[in-house]
Design a protein around this ligand. Structure first.
Ligand code: BEZ
Length: 235
């Protein structure tokens, strides 16, 4: 760390993945390091029109919410790990300009480019700066808090050019499990359990897929002053 507490600036270019990037690496990387960010909460609160859904029927994918903002919202999943586990990729030095140019002009369905200090799990170096894509609450695809069962059903029925939305969810659960014994995320596990249960029900004819509709709402329920006290206990 530098004297002001910020990670040191280096010429190296690192990208942090907390979603599909964990198991689908970016092009031209030469190192892959598991670890975490702090100060954020991972949630399936971003609508996906281009990968796990379509413009007519958007799926749901993960974004990061600033922890202080998340704590001001009513969320049925009312706890979240302090560490957002994921993977940092270093881009090969001779490809950095090309990859940067590609990333800067690339529009990823509401996500914008941010930077955050990344903590390598193996402690091989102090925290360093990574680029991270975040769908912030002001983007059109941000859904805000979702009822877990409605969200699981939405994920269960959605599909886009990159495949089934439920495969993305279950792929994320598996990829997180493989990072570390500590890298589980209760939000992801609970949704995965609900999706597995829906699959059992559908096979038994107890859940039907047609006719679902969960439009994106931009009204978030804020904690009231009474709730606020409890919200401070969110972990
Ligand atoms: C991720 O895997 O971290 C990610 C990929 C694309 C957009 C946002 C996040």
């Amino acid at each position: 760390m530098s004297a002001n507490g910020a990670p040191p600036e280096t010429d190296e270019f690192w990208i942090f993945g907390y979603g599909s990037l964990i198991w689908k690496p970016p092009p031209h990387y030469d190192r892959r390091v598991p670890g975490w960010l702090t100060g954020y909460v991972r949630r399936f609160w971003q609508a996906s029109q281009d990968h796990r859904g379509t413009p007519e029927a958007p799926g749901r994918v993960v974004t990061l919410i600033e922890r202080s903002f998340w704590a001001s919202l009513v969320d049925a999943h009312d706890s979240a790990p302090e560490k957002v586990w994921g993977v940092a990729y270093r881009i090969q030095a001779d490809k950095v300009a090309e990859v940067r140019e590609h990333l800067d002009i690339r529009e990823i369905n509401g996500y914008t480019i941010h930077h955050a200090p990344f903590h390598p799990a193996d402690g091989s170096s102090p925290a360093f700066r990574t680029l991270v894509y975040i769908g912030t609450p002001d983007n059109d695809q941000f859904t805000g808090p979702q009822d877990p069962q409605a969200l699981a059903e939405h994920i269960y029925v959605s599909e886009g050019p990159s495949g089934l939305n439920r495969d993305y969810l279950l792929g994320l659960e598996k990829a997180l499990d493989e990072l570390s014994p500590e890298s589980g995320d209760a939000h992801v596990t609970d949704l995965s359990n609900r999706v597995r249960e829906l699959d059992r029900k559908r096979r038994e004819g107890r859940f039907q897929v047609e006719g679902f509709e969960h439009p994106v709402s931009h009204e978030f329920k804020r904690v009231s002053s009474v709730d606020e006290q409890e919200e401070t206990e969110k972990t």
